[in-house]
Design a protein around this ligand. Structure first.
Ligand code: IPE
Ligand code: IPE
Ligand code: MG
Length: 256
């Protein structure tokens, strides 16, 4: 089983002025395109460029984990042709970008219910993960057909499979029974959550892990998000007082 990181609810975690783990809801592609009288899918294509720039900027700044929400478990509700373009874009990004990830020392992980994807996509994901597995500079996680509720449920099932006796001793179920089975057990909880596109909601992203994450919302549409916009989010984060339930005076005495 993979090692687990400190839980923000079990103890006050250590943290720094620069987020170690950044999680982003890349929203606003469709509206970016519509504002330019382009089809929505043009916004998704442009969004891939913003992904490239953000991955690069985060790696340069020393972020250790970057997690991007690419497709939610609810995004299947969109028109079939838009879903199909999103799948094509995912495939072409995997075909074209992995060499660069490899050159930059970036490890790729994809989380979500991947069994719903076509075999070609699943195969590319497996290959990309295997090829970049030894890289240590930064871990890029792409959440695809991901839902926070799905993640908690699959972790519960996995915990029960690993320890069937829990079913007859439910009082033994604790955070550390479940957390090691979450799909991002290899990463610490996000320090900073960013959502572009102006909406202020979580949309079923990392529900468990966002317990004490600092939330940052920007009206910028995802295709317009760049290194300067990322710096503004970092500056906002650096000015936050992360209390984790304590008083301000306690936090000042022992920041974490
Ligand atoms: C985010 O942009 C990309 C995905 C959800 C796949 P949207 O496509 O949600 O863009 P808006 O929110 O409609 O502008
Ligand atoms: C969240 O964006 C999912 C991704 C960015 C992949 P949505 O555009 O799907 O979210 P809602 O529907 O506005 O909440
Ligand atoms: Mg949206």
């Amino acid at each position: 089983m993979m090692s687990t990181f400190a839980s923000s609810t079990a103890a006050v975690p250590e943290y720094r002025a620069l987020p170690r783990h950044v999680a982003i809801i890349m929203d606003g592609n469709g509206r970016w395109a519509t504002a330019r009288r382009l089809p929505r899918v043009a916004g998704h294509a442009k969004g891939v460029e913003a992904v490239r720039a953000t991955v690069d900027a985060c790696a340069r700044r020393g972020v250790e984990f970057l997690t991007l929400f690419a497709f939610s478990s609810e995004n299947w509700r969109r028109p079939a042709d838009e879903v199909s373009v999103l799948m094509r874009l995912f495939i072409s990004a995997l075909e074209r970008e992995v060499t660069q990830l490899q050159a930059n020392g970036i490890r790729l992980r994809v989380i979500g219910e991947l069994s719903a994807f076509e075999p070609r996509l699943r195969e590319l994901i497996e290959q990309a993960e295997a090829r970049t597995a030894a890289n240590r500079r930064m871990t890029l996680t792409v959440a695809a057909n991901y839902g926070g509720r799905w993640d908690i449920l699959q972790a519960m099932s996995a915990a029960l499979r690993a320890q069937p006796e829990l079913a007859s001793h439910p009082e033994r179920i604790a955070e550390d029974t479940i957390a090691p089975h979450l799909s991002m057990a290899y990463a610490p909880e996000p320090d900073l959550f960013i959502r572009t596109g102006g909406e202020q909601r979580i949309s079923n992203f990392l529900l468990w892990q966002l317990a004490y994450t600092e939330l940052y919302f920007t009206d910028a549409f995802w295709p317009d998000f760049d290194a300067a916009a990322l710096e503004r989010a970092f500056a906002s984060f650096a000015g936050r007082e992360r209390r984790f339930g304590r008083t301000s005076a306690q936090t000042a005495a022992e920041p974490g």
